[in-house]
Write a protein that binds this ligand. Structure first.
Ligand code: NAD
Length: 369
């Protein structure tokens, strides 16, 4: 099997889908690995480290991927690049296939076996391949550090010769993977931390990290362990209780999401207007529109003394560890495809069958059996 990795080209993307560690593992299975010169630089992996791990360094993206059987990426290659791939090649990464019609067409036109890892079922067996979780952990961590950096105050309580400093009050909106890491990080910095979510099981998770569960009286667990969108009445209740509470909060980190939908709007412009000057909101959900009505993706804006930041691609800010985790996730997934030195697709394995895109038509024989 020839495995190809081109340098990522998306703006600000520093991660890489293969590390020297996972390269070595792939080579040990008999794979030939070609990687574009400098592809690991953003994540501090040198060409020499890849060479030592058994890879061949090639001059450009075309040489890395165009006759590869298996192409690994973080963000999807441009449609023009995909068009040059070998017919029927396999592509694994965060491909967001529906986000761009030209990309979807290019994937179909080349007859690629595309595995967008965001489609991976979130079962126990898939945990070691779950890039959404590993990358969300880094994003939650970085969001809190950005908030700490922007806040004009300490996070911890301090007793100093100049008097006592009270700890910052930090609220984490949404307690999924990113939110729980944000809670843990804000706690480590010494803040007073609260969090809430619409999935009731998060109460215990928040409390086990030393945070306080903020009960807004809304419970909306959906399918597959995710949240569902709130009804208008539920949303109004959440908003009313939250608005009161925010007057006392110094820092909000927003992480709430509902799969396949724009981020739920939770912090309204009126709520921001009611916050104290010097407060900070970091909206990790900016990527999908933001949980705060005033968030502008990619920008940091001042609203009468309240700073609202909508940083993008936070996982890339921690490119070294984010890549290490991402590459291990990818390697674990690819292991399902590697068989006797070649690629084989066992469609009875739901991790393959449910991840592949375009969706496979239901197998009539299996359906009858
Ligand atoms: P996500 O990124 O889709 O959502 C982030 C959080 O926002 C979720 O906790 C969600 O409940 C919350 N949310 C949505 N609407 C909200 C609202 N209106 N107000 C407040 N909060 C709201 O989710 P995620 O972090 O990727 O994962 C969600 C859950 O799935 C987690 O509990 C995670 O542990 C679980 N999970 C399980 C596995 C597994 O078992 N293999 C793997 C990954 C994730």
């Amino acid at each position: 099997v020839i495995v190809g990795i081109a340098a990522e080209t998306a703006d600000g993307e520093r991660r890489v889908a293969l590390t020297p560690e996972t390269c070595k593992k792939l080579v040990a299975t008999g794979a030939r690995v070609r990687i574009e010169r400098g592809a690991g630089r953003g994540a501090a992996f040198t060409d020499a480290a890849y060479t030592d791990a058994g890879a061949e360094i090639v001059a450009d993206a075309a040489a890395a991927t165009d006759d590869a059987d298996l192409v690994l990426c973080v963000q999807p290659p441009a449609p023009a690049r995909i068009a040059a791939f070998r017919e029927g090649a396999t592509l694994v990464g965060l491909l967001a296939p529906q986000a761009d019609a030209a990309r979807a067409e290019a994937i179909a036109a080349r007859g690629l076996q595309a595995f967008p890892l965001e489609r991976l079922p979130r079962t126990t067996r898939a945990q070691a391949m779950d890039v959404l979780s590993s990358q969300a952990g880094m994003a939650g961590y970085k969001a809190v550090l950005i908030a700490a950096q922007l806040a004009p105050r300490f996070f911890p309580m301090l007793t100093t010769a100049a008097g006592t400093i009270r700890p910052s009050k930090v609220l984490i909106v949404g307690a999924g993977v990113a939110g729980l890491q944000a809670i843990a990080t804000a706690k480590r910095l010494g803040a007073q931390v609260e969090g809430f979510d619409v999935r009731p099981e998060t109460r215990e998770q928040i409390e086990s990290l030393g945070g306080k569960f903020l009960d807004l009286g809304v419970s909306a667990a959906g399918e597959g362990g995710y949240a569902r969108a709130l009804t208008d009445a539920e949303r109004a209740e959440q908003q009313r209780r939250l608005g009161e509470h925010l007057r006392n909060i110094d820092v909000i980190v927003c992480t709430a999401a509902v799969p396949g939908r724009p981020a739920p709007k939770i912090v309204s412009a009126a709520m921001v207007a009611g916050m104290k000057p010097g407060s900070v909101i970091v909206d990790l959900a900016a990527e999908t529109g933001g949980n705060c009505e005033l968030t502008r993706p990619g920008e940091t804006v001042d609203h009468d003394g309240v700073t609202v930041a909508g940083p993008l691609n936070l996982a890339s800010l921690g490119a070294v560890h984010a890549s290490e985790m991402y590459a291990r996730n990818v390697y674990n997934f690819v292991s399902l495809l590697l068989k006797d030195g070649g690629l084989a697709f066992d469609w009875s394995d739901e991790l393959l069958a449910k991840t592949v895109w375009p969706e496979r038509p239901a197998d009539p024989v299996a359906a009858v059996g």
